[in-house]
Ligand binder design. Structure first.
Ligand code: ADP
Ligand code: ASP
Ligand code: MG
Length: 633
């Protein structure tokens, strides 16, 4: 008999009526012959209200007491949902996270799940109950209540499904929410966003971690790692939602599957850093040790052996970051500047791995909107840009954007402020034609109708490796690094002193793309008050052509720009799951290279891949040391 885990978000249990609807869905799944676990969030805006209550008392609540407080929201929901199921004549029993044995680490407010004991859960299921479980919470090894971070109920649901899968059950997880599934972008911001029938784990990971709040990104890590079938669907209908599945061949036929906006990050610029091996390691290790996840990292080499490192952290971690880096910044003789409000716009798609012109299309759309790009970074299947928000009044409004259909949640209030980010999001969404029907989003993917996930031959073939990798994990949510790769077929072009105004990147990448040249990594960073440094990699075989095209276009932009080509590079990629949010990956990677005195001249980070550029002559050595550092040998 299969187990279905159904998760209902805050809006789907916000009042008695919605709770009865959720209860009916659970009962139907049980009557269809499944064992059913219902994971619920706190009702409506309860979690926000609890945070506000704490703020009435103190600006700096203890993290332990905050978790004690926040966990109560979900406890209300489980009791009421169990009563709703009883009322409809079925058996149900509710449990909190600690009761069921969800063991986490001790990082209050963003605890990670270490293990889940399935015994009590399965006993309750075997006794014929629908199990109603509190999302978002667990208990550390000292017996303290912990919470998983905002949106964490999704992660509870998929993690429980994964634990049961490990225990030998056939499982499926359904995330019920207030939209029909995963859309090409947030439908509240872009009304013509299109629902997808399916999206790959990696694409969804990037979308979620780049701001698509429909799923907690850590829930997708669990789904991918443990191969849990996962669907996002509407709590108020029976329509098929969106399957999150292993990558299928048709997914790489489109350049972009979606775009996302994040308005909750702050940009910091570290100027005057000595350009020596190990310096970036020290900076990011200090943050990793304190559990601060760094998102975008762009490093540029300025004049006189001094580098500029730009990076972003969550707004909520800005003060902590500044405090943490203070002593190191002083020791390095550098300067740490904060650069005002920014929004991050990202485009995601498996197709961009092998298609040229994707970056160009994005930058062109932004240039037309007059949007200036303060920072650019790329990952294997995503490109992110930072857009400045300052200089606009907070109430700045774009027509036809500000009529949200539901009461606005906090996250949406924040994005409402991201006026330029929202405009940029719309422009990029339109540039990729994402509102149009296509395979996997509005057009049938198979001749026989609706999309259905099928066993993926790649996953089956890799199953033994995956099992071995899972067996090596100490905690269920530990990062899983699956491989290190060396690419010596790449070369790099760097443009120094590019005037920092809208449209320049678009011109450069247009020139390269019209030559049919595939651009892989892109990093753009500020290198002075009005200048930027732009680096990108192209295949070595195309370096001469790409260089010529770049030089020609740059000459038209500003004759004082310098263009440098470098065929002597090696690119190393570390692939895995949850690479960016697990702060330890970058630390291990930069640390291992620093220990060998290998200098990193370019860095790219994303959820599924961390890439660095080093000297070509040291490529093999770098590969060997990273293989050893991640115990992949
Ligand atoms: P729940 O309370 O059910 O967990 P959330 O508010 O966390 O719901 O997530 C659902 C919301 O996510 C939607 O209302 C939508 O505004 C937002 N969202 C952001 N990006 C996307 C996207 N790409 N597809 C669908 N919804 C999205
Ligand atoms: N109630 C928590 C929150 O609002 C967890 C969740 O809803 O997923 O963030
Ligand atoms: Mg949610």
């Amino acid at each position: 008999m299969g187990v279905v885990v159904q998760k209902f978000g805050g809006s789907s249990v916000k009042d008695a009526e919605r709770m009865m609807e959720a209860a009916r869905k659970a009962i139907r799944a049980k009557h269809a012959g499944n064992k059913v676990i219902v994971v619920v969030s706190a009702q409506g805006s309860t979690t926000d209200d609890l945070i506000a209550k704490a703020a009435e008392i103190t600006a700096a609540p203890s993290a332990r007491e905050m978790d004690m407080l926040l966990a109560t929201g979900e406890q209300i929901s489980i009791a009421l949902t169990a009563m709703a199921i009883h009322e409809l004549g079925e058996r149900a029993v509710s449990f909190t996270g600690p009761q069921i044995g969800i063991v986490t680490d001790s990082t209050h407010r963003k605890a990670r799940i270490k293990k889940i004991d399935t015994q009590r859960l399965t006993e309750a299921l075997d006794a014929g109950n629908i199990v109603v479980l509190a999302g978002f919470q667990g208990m550390d090894e000292q017996g303290e209540i912990s919470t998983l971070g905002r949106g964490g109920s999704d992660t509870t649901a998929v993690a429980v499904a994964a634990a049961l899968k490990l225990a030998g059950y056939e499982v499926e997880c359904e995330i019920y929410t207030d939209v029909d599934g995963v859309y090409t972008t947030d439908p509240r911001i872009v009304p013509d966003a299109r629902k997808m029938d399916a999206i790959s784990y990696d694409e969804m990971l990037e979308m979620a971690s780049m701001g698509a709040g429909v799923l907690h990104s850590r829930s997708i890590e669990f789904a991918k790692k443990f191969d849990v079938p996962l669907m996002v669907r509407n709590a108020r209908s029976d329509a098929m939602g969106t399957w999150i599945v292993p990558e299928e061949p048709w997914m790489s036929e489109i350049p972009a599957c979606g775009v996302a906006l994040a308005a909750d990050e702050a940009r910091l610029v570290l100027e005057g850093v000595p350009d020596k091996p190990g310096v970036s390691h020290r900076v990011f290790a200090a943050l990793a040790d304190a559990n601060v996840a760094v998102d975008m990292i762009a490093q540029s080499v300025g004049e006189g052996g001094k580098a500029t490192i730009g990076f972003t952290v969550l707004n909520t971690e800005l003060d902590k970051t500044k405090k943490l880096l203070g002593p190191l910044v002083a020791e390095l003789g550098a300067m740490l500047n904060e650069t005002g409000k920014v929004s991050k716009v990202s485009v995601v798609g498996a197709g961009m791995r092998a298609m040229s012109g994707v970056a160009e299309r994005m930058f062109q759309a932004l240039a037309v909107e007059g949007v200036n790009l303060k920072m650019i970074t790329t990952g294997d299947i995503k490109i992110s840009v930072l857009v400045e928000e300052d200089g606009l009044s907070e109430s700045g409004v774009i027509p036809a954007l500000d009529a949200p259909p539901e009461p606005i949640k906090k996250v949406h209030l924040e994005s409402k402020k991201a006026v330029r980010g929202r405009r940029a999001l719309r422009a990029v969404h339109a540039a990729f034609g994402l509102a149009n029907p296509r395979k996997g989003a509005g057009e049938k993917t198979a001749s026989n109708g609706e999309f259905k996930p099928r066993p993926n031959p790649l996953v089956v073939a890799a199953a033994r490796d995956r099992e071995a990798a899972i067996a090596r994990l100490e905690g269920m949510e530990d990062v899983m690094v699956s491989g290190v790769h060396l690419n010596i077929e790449q070369s790099r072009i760097t443009i120094h002193d590019l005037p920092d105004i809208p449209g320049n990147c678009s011109k450069v990448f247009n020139a390269v793309a019209t030559g049919g040249i595939l651009v892989d990594m892109i990093v753009q960073n500020q290198s002075g008050p009005t200048k930027a440094e732009l680096s990108f990699t192209v295949p070595r075989a195309d370096l001469t052509r790409a260089l010529k095209r770049t030089q020609d276009v740059v000459r038209e932009i500003d004759s004082s720009c310098r263009v440098v080509g470098d065929g002597d590079i090696a690119v190393l990629f570390v692939l895995g799951v949850g690479m960016r949010t697990h702060t330890g990956v970058a630390r291990t990677m930069f640390g291992a290279l620093a220990a060998r005195g290998i200098n990193i001249s370019m860095i790219n980070t994303s959820e599924v891949c961390v890439g660095v550029v080093v000297e070509r002559a040291r490529g093999d050595e770098a590969l060997a040391c990273l293989t050893e550092a991640f115990k992949l040998g």
